[in-house]
Design a protein around this ligand. Structure first.
Ligand code: NOJ
Length: 730
């Protein structure tokens, strides 16, 4: 495959360092502090004057290219030193061409495809003047109550690392059509996804081992891929807010990882140190955040207001300010801003919504949707289907598919499921539509019409779930069933006896036990971006074969949360599926539900079937610095071509600290024609299989390991290998 050229902001370039030295030497303390301030022109009394005085190093949430050029001109041409601005924006799942939400994108398990999606977002953003993208969001999330699970890659560390790196490469592509550069900002550093009870911004209290093994690795992967900045999170971690946390911001980021990028806080996170109760006022908050390792303040203006005084009184060493400004200037030089500060205002028209971008969005959408159930091969709809009733409040909704954070996306660009089904249907197929009810609220007066439509049809396609506002930042939920009257609508349509296909549109894993039991076919479409309708239609009519697999477990009940496949075994593990406390007393189970999820991590069906055979471990005994090599034969045993996502899991059977029952360590998406088979081979550095011991040092311990190669986290061929204490004899 063609390797795209990518910018690496992690490397130190002596030529740039000397330009930074020269500039830094000419700066006053006030000018330095100005660089550490990120502002929003919409909230400034006199933005022109503030920028002209050198009080701002960066702007956020500004999209109009001519406005960006206006402010950039003031910074570059009218300030004493002519330092251009970083222009930062949230580009979460597309800029104007809107892709599926990141959680859905992750279900493609296709890093190359997501690299391209991120690159397309960067193409559009950069053509409009953005040079700093506040993404990827790399928080591991194991709690579907948390609304921001929609922005994440899901529950898994290895997948999260792989996709974090892919997205950084895409955003930081070196050869964007604008001729300009973009820097990525992985967020939210760190452990933001571990909020207690899934409530956004809530406290995080986890072991240092969990921090290092689960939450830090995707950030490290993003930096290794060249990411030039990071956003410090709102939450506190083990007693210290992430925006004033010397362990994570200084010891780990700078001392251990030797990373040279810029730390930007999240929105008013310095100000919130007062609410956290670790600073008596903004001045103290400014001091704590800079001492801990923050370089730039998003929006609080705490540094602008107090840092000069803190430095004058010796409460913050000037060397820390110099180091922060050095990192900011380095980023600006690397972005080429001093040489080319302005954006060509005619570019946007040529680049925004390019037809090939739309094709890519459709490709991602089709590959991101997960077929959860397909009893009796109800799908794909057959040629004999003549009357389709499309039902549900989301079937013709142009907003929901855009998802929780659609950047510059517009509802007018969206193809709804109803649009898509009509566009793709064979001639002579009659498509009726009934909304049935609202997404939320108690109105149910349209349910009768929906029932009548279902009765008159060969098949009912119900498009139900969450609207775009039910997930994302500050949108956590505790009831994860179908909202409003949608369950009543579903049950009413089901009683007609007309076969029902549910298209589930959602920003998070929902709790859907009734649906899973009673409805024969379920396609989890997520919030699939602007081509959602076409993607759903292609999958339902069989013009494309579903291939997405879950990257977050679907619970049976909210009470199972947090739920994730890579859990520990406990000393009293469930035997079988659990729930039999009285038969098997005193096990780690529930009285009223099995421990297992309704649908496990890695799960997804296809219109074809795949068989796994012949697991071969080529390296049954390996040294700690060796490579694990294993393979299995995967065969398409059905009658259609299809993609399969082959997954490899490992368990360290006995270790000095407890280890997860399995951990994903490799995956491959392969395409197979009917009857075709492929030997799928994995080569995995043994060093990847390590963990943090009781001394908090990373390492691989010798001993026995179990391996699985299979279609999801609950199934697979299994074998054993051994890691040797000594180097293997060759
Ligand atoms: C707060 C969000 O947590 C963060 O993800 C975002 O980048 C900033 N606001 C800026 O909009």
């Amino acid at each position: 495959m063609h390797e795209m050229a990518v910018l690496n902001f992690g490397q130190i370039d002596p030529a740039i360092e000397s330009r930074v030295d020269e500039l830094l030497a000419r700066m006053t303390l006030a000018e330095k502090i100005g660089q550490m301030n990120q502002g929003d022109v919409a909230l400034m009394d006199d933005p022109d004057a503030t920028i002209r005085e050198g009080c701002v190093g960066s702007l956020l949430s500004i999209a109009d290219p001519s406005a960006i050029n206006h402010y950039q001109r003031i910074a570059a041409a009218e300030t004493r030193l002519g330092i251009p601005l970083l222009i930062g924006n949230d580009v979460i799942h597309g800029y104007r061409t809107i892709f599926p939400i990141p959680l859905a994108e992750a279900c493609t398990w296709d890093p190359a495809l997501l690299e391209r999606a991120a690159r397309i977002a960067a193409e559009e953003a950069s053509a409009c003047g953005t040079n700093w993208i506040f993404a990827p969001m790399v928080d591991i999330s194991r709690d579907p109550r948390w609304g921001r699970i929609a922005e994440s890659a899901g529950e898994d560390v290895f997948l999260g690392m792989t996709l974090a790196a892919a997205r950084v490469r895409g955003f930081q592509a070196a050869d964007l059509a604008s001729g300009k550069r973009v820097v990525a900002c992985p967020k939210h550093y760190v452990a933001y996804g571990a909020a207690e009870a899934g409530r956004d911004y809530n406290t995080v209290d986890i072991s240092e081992r969990t921090l290092r093994e689960v939450h830090l690795p995707p950030f490290k992967a993003a930096f290794d891929a060249g990411a030039g900045s990071v956003m410090s999170a709102f939450n506190d971690v083990n007693g210290l807010p992430a925006t004033a946390n010397p362990l994570t911001l200084r010891t780990i980021l700078r001392d251990e990882w030797q990373w040279h990028g810029v730390v930007l806080t999240d929105y008013n996170a310095i100000g919130e140190l007062v609410e956290h109760g670790i600073a008596e006022d903004l001045r103290a908050a400014a001091r704590l955040s800079v001492l801990a390792g923050v370089d730039m303040d998003m929006i609080t203006n705490a540094l602008g207001a107090h840092l000069a005084d803190l430095a004058a009184r010796g409460e913050v060493p000037e060397a820390l300010i110099d180091a922060a400004v050095r990192r900011i200037l380095r980023l600006k030089f690397k972005l080429g801003l001093f040489d080319r500060p302005y954006v060509d205002e005619s570019l946007a028209e040529r680049i925004i919504l390019r037809p090939d971008f739309r094709v890519a969005a459709l490709d991602v959408a089709r590959k991101s949707m997960v077929l959860l159930k397909n009893d009796g091969q109800l799908l794909p709809l057959s040629d004999t289907t003549r009357r389709v009733a499309v039902i549900g409040p989301l079937a013709d909704d142009r907003h929901a598919p855009l998802g929780c954070w659609a950047g510059q996306g517009r509802a007018d660009d969206v193809q709804t499921v109803l649009d898509g089904l009509r566009a793709v249907a064979l001639q002579g197929v009659a498509i009726s539509f009934a909304r049935g009810c609202d997404v939320t609220g108690d109105r149910s007066d349209e349910i009768d019409a929906a029932v009548a439509a279902a009765r008159a049809a060969d098949v009912a396609v119900l498009v139900i779930g969450e609207d775009a506002k039910m997930s994302g930042e500050a949108h956590s939920r505790v009831h994860l069933g179908l909202p409003g009257k949608q369950q009543a609508l579903l049950e009413a349509v089901h009683t007609t006896g007309t076969p029902v296909v549910v298209v589930l549109m959602t920003g998070r894993p929902l709790v859907i036990p009734w649906l899973a039991e009673h409805v024969p076919a379920i396609l989890l479409a997520w919030h699939g971006g602007m081509t959602t309708g076409r993607a759903v239609a292609d999958l339902l009519w069989g013009h494309a074969n579903p291939s997405g697999k879950l990257t977050a477990s679907l619970p049976r009940a909210e009470g199972q949360i947090p739920i994730y496949y890579a859990h520990k075994n406990t000393g009293r593990p469930a035997q079988g599926a659990g729930t039999r406390q009285f038969d098997e007393a005193f096990r780690s189970t529930y009285l009223d539900e099995p421990n297992t999820p309704l649908f496990p991590f890695g799960f997804g069906l296809s219109y074809t079937t795949f068989a796994y055979d012949d697991l071969v471990i080529e390296t049954p005994r390996i040294s700690r610095d060796g490579m694990l090599i294993a393979r299995a034969v995967v065969r398409n045993t059905g009658r259609q071509a299809g993609d399969e996502i082959v997954q490899l899991y490992i368990r360290d059977d006995v270790a000095s600290v407890t280890r997860p029952v399995k951990q994903l360590q490799g995956f491959q998406r392969i395409a197979l024609q009917p009857g075709e088979q492929q030997s799928v081979r994995f080569v995995i550095p043994v060093q990847q299989l390590g963990f943090y011991g009781s001394d908090m040092q990373y390492g691989v311990e010798p001993g026995s390991f179990t391996i699985w190669i299979g279609p999801d986290s609950a199934r697979g061929l299994t074998g054993r290998f051994e890691v040797l204490a000594e180097r293997a004899a060759t």
